[in-house]
Design a protein around this ligand. Sequence first.
Ligand code: AMP
Length: 420
Amino acid sequence: MSTFSAPRGTYDLIPPDSAAFLAVREALAAGPRRAGYGYVETPGFEHVELFSRGVGESTDIVTKEMYTLTTKGGTHLALRPEGTASVLRAALQANLHRAGGLPVKLWYSGTYYRYERPQAGRYRHFSQVGAEAIGAEDPALDAELVILAADAYRSLGLTGVRLLLNSLGDPECRPAYRAALQEFLRGLDLDPDTLARVEINPLRVLDDKRESVQRQLVGAPLMRDHLCQACKEYHEGVRELLRAEGVAFEDDPRLVRGLDYYTRTTFEFVHDGLGAQSAVGGGGRYDGLSELIGGPPLPSVGWALGVDRTVLALRAEGVDPALPPGTRVFAVPLGEEARRALFTVVTELRRAGVPADFSFGGRGVKAAMKAANRSGARYAVVAGERDLAEGVVQVKDLDSGDQSPCPLDTVVAELRARLS
Ligand code: AMP
């Protein structure tokens, strides 16, 4: 018999670990939901051109990491490598930017696909929660998003997340900076691929993680020394708001991020317990993206937070996220009559909002009690023929081991009261 395993760079989420994953996803989404962001869901695949134009022809994501396919009908599609381009496409297609006031605020949660070299914290299939605020230019909007993310990490109990902040300028000031940087980079000892990048997207070279490159970048011109007045004021506005709300950040003049569409504010959340793949989330302003994909000018800002890496960060800090209650009551019927009676009890408990489970498959009492203990339930409800003849069931406190009879017709109310 042959067995299959999950493809390289992927993993399955299975209990009990999946519960923490779900809790993290919900915690990351809680902020935007509380701040007026509406839920958006887009397809898992899009036309290839959306990403090649939107994310950028010169990015690793587009040149190396996209999973592309041609349908039987000849359409070129790509599994989504990120969320922003799709969400903006969906908003434009639905005319959300014309429907009401701006910004259009949207949040999403889903899985993304990148053909990367797998390593700890870097997968080919991973999950993000994202938020985008489309169609407004206001430092308070940038600050709102940064604060929502910072608060989400804090609400999970993480203390080791650092916020890196930078401004990438705008079409007013970036071209002159880009030229100055190019001139500096052309004089360095770089491999042909990197030299090609210098010509296409020199800012990305600042992001090169190799020591041989980083060593040569000391003294490279920095965007922050080339910002125009408007960008300087905007950036200072964001920083002031973060300071006022007590959100600590570090200015990182080398922070450029891997996607082409960013302008002005860029930020990344990093965790030092994760090794090389330290970014747990990131985002920024992308004022030019809408026009790149055929829309009107819509200055926008957003972020995507990595669920997988946030789970790893919690593990690295030894923090268990708060989980919703699992099974509270486990029913152990002994005999056919008890099966029917306790099945009704379990159904009623669930309808009353009490998580309850049942011993299926007609197991003996020993195996059933073992299952009750393993379920994490606080109480077991045990009944046999003799109990039912007396109109009672046995309620066993699985923590203390105490057991006492309880009338069958009041056991649901009794358990609800004890568990509240
Ligand atoms: P990015 O769109 O690259 O800025 O990604 C946003 C966040 O998604 C990152 O900060 C990571 O937490 C997460 N992420 C990106 N790529 C991967 C990957 N290959 N595996 C796991 N998480 C990822």
